[in-house]
Ligand binder design. Structure first.
Ligand code: SF4
Ligand code: SF4
Length: 337
């Protein structure tokens, strides 16, 4: 397993890290066991966030007494000095530590700079030693490019998978040129990609640190297996990637849910990608009465446009939903999937 150095932070860890968003959905004992097994299996970098409910507390419990053996990053969505301080203190308490390896502004709408209080809060926290390195997370490519060009941050966290565009790949290279660490989120593209070997092989070509969202031991086992059996981009894996890219590229929903809630309660993060899900998972799972009812809610969309203002990928959600519903109805009528 290759090591990755996150730019000027100097943090060097195996290119196989743990994204702690999904552990919100399991018990404390299960989460602690997963995190410790991840450490025992070779993972050294753990990414959490104040917004992930009790994820920080679970990470804190798992690594109590061994803080110096792991790297922990967290995030804040604060926009004021007061909230920033409150969030940082809560995070440190939850994690049972007095410092964070990286503290990131979460899902930034723009590149915050010296004219923004929130950026100065990060710099001050670093001066105080509560934060060793400052980072930022973004979902919009233009914002991410501004961040890299600003030279103000030590790491960028951005979605990156083998569905990446040329512009995304250029962003990774630009990060390297700016001696900035690139933390790759959504390496499975919100669950659309299912071949972990192909995902890992793709990442291994770039100077990025993937943080795989892990909720179950069998998922963890897959990622840990790559410590013993290193994967590289073989012709066979490249063929899997090309096939998926042909099927999935274009306007597609990553399932992140940032656009919700919908005014009329449409489950946008599933319904807007039904055409892909139904072809990639056993289709019966998506043809139940429950999903038929959820999909038919698309007909009640009032085109209020609220969801569009929230989607970081700037998708035309109402039209995407309609396309998915049309396809779904055709499948119900007998079209083969
Ligand atoms: S435009 Fe349609 S899908 Fe989007 S929030 Fe409004 S009602 Fe929901
Ligand atoms: S429509 Fe956009 S915001 Fe909503 S789930 Fe899909 S990618 Fe995320």
């Amino acid at each position: 397993m290759r090591d990755i150095t996150l730019g000027k932070t100097g943090i060097t860890v195996p290119q196989n890290a743990f994204g702690a968003l999904p552990i919100q959905r399991v018990s404390v004992d299960e989460a602690v066991s997963l995190l410790r097994n991840a450490y025992d299996g070779g993972m050294r970098f753990f990414d959490t966030a104040r917004a992930y409910t009790d994820s920080e507390e679970k990470v804190g419990k798992a690594f109590e007494g061994m803080r110096d053996k792991v790297f922990i990053s967290s995030k804040t969505q604060a926009t004021t000095k007061e909230k920033f301080e409150e969030d940082l203190n809560t995070t440190l308490t939850n994690l049972k530590t007095d410092y964070l390896d990286i503290y990131q502004l979460h899902c930034a709408a723009k590149c915050y700079n010296e004219e923004d209080d929130i950026y100065n809060c990060l710099v001050e926290a670093k001066k105080q030693g509560k934060v060793r390195h400052i980072g930022i997370t973004a979902h919009k490519i233009g914002v991410a490019e501004d961040i890299v060009n600003s030279g103000l941050y030590e790491t960028l966290q951005f979605p990156f998978s083998y569905l990446a565009s040329d512009r995304d790949i250029a962003l990774v290279k630009s990060c390297t040129e700016h001696d900035m660490g690139f933390i790759a989120m959504k390496g499975l593209s919100g669950g659309l990609l299912t071949d972990s070997k192909a995902c890992m092989a793709f990442m291994s070509q770039y100077d990025v640190l993937p943080i795989w969202g892990i909720q179950k031991q069998n998922e963890l086992d897959e990622w840990l297996s790559f410590f013993d059996n290193e994967v590289t981009l073989t012709e066979e894996i490249q063929a899997v990637i090309e096939k998926d890219r042909d099927e999935l590229l274009g306007e597609f929903c990553r399932g992140c849910g940032y656009c919700m809630p919908c005014t009329v309660d449409i489950r946008i993060n599933q319904c807007a990608r039904m055409s892909q899900m139904i072809r990639r998972a056993p289709s019966e799972n998506w043809l139940t009465d429950y999903w038929k009812e959820e999909m038919l809610k698309i007909d009640s969309c009032v085109e209020c446009g609220l969801c569009k203002t929230r989607c970081p990928y700037e998708l035309d959600i109402p039209n995407l939903l309609k396309k998915n519903l049309k396809d779904y109805k055709e499948i119900l009528a007998g079209k083969p999937v």
